[in-house]
Design a protein around this ligand. Structure first.
Ligand code: CMP
Length: 140
């Protein structure tokens, strides 16, 4: 399997509860390497641009408000099959459907406040990584 990179975000509900380290341990235990990471405060406009694909969804405004409500930790995870592996570690979008032991099963509060985001495909991973990181910040 190819080595991939994927964009991960630890969301405000998790940073508010001081869960960055516990969530990072889940990634590392699964063999994902955190090759870039920074804690930032998004504006609502920046969150809206990142989630533009969801613009027509009824939850879009609520999602953007939430993502700008407190700091997030944006990170690049690297590993074999990292995109799918990260989605396995995160669990289903709705924590009620997330498998035991996944980040969302253990930490998420609701479908909206679900602790983490992860890219869903190689094309989106490339776009999402470039939204937050320059090439100089990716040192492997
Ligand atoms: P994420 O993986 O970041 O991608 C889009 C986000 O939209 C998703 O996680 C959820 O946080 C959010 N989302 C999806 N469905 C709903 C919903 N029904 N209500 C509120 N937020 C949602």
């Amino acid at each position: 399997m190819a080595v991939e990179r994927t964009l991960s975000i630890i969301k405000p509900d998790a940073t508010n509860r001081n869960l960055t380290g516990k969530i990072n341990a889940k990634f590392e235990d699964a063999g994902l390497r955190i090759v870039a990471q920074k804690r930032i405060q998004l504006t609502k406009a920046q969150a809206g641009e990142f989630y533009a694909v969801h613009k027509e969804r009824p939850f879009y405004d609520e999602l953007c408000e939430f993502m700008a409500s407190a700091p997030v930790v944006v990170q690049v995870l690297e590993g074999e099959g990292a995109i799918a592996k990260n989605r396995d570690v995160m669990g289903a979008t709705n924590p009620a459907d997330a498998a035991a032991g996944t980040i969302r099963a253990e930490f998420a509060e609701s479908v909206g406040e679900n602790s983490v985001h992860g890219s869903d495909a190689p094309e989106t991973a490339a776009v999402e990584i470039a939204y937050f990181f320059s090439g100089l910040e990716l040192v492997g």
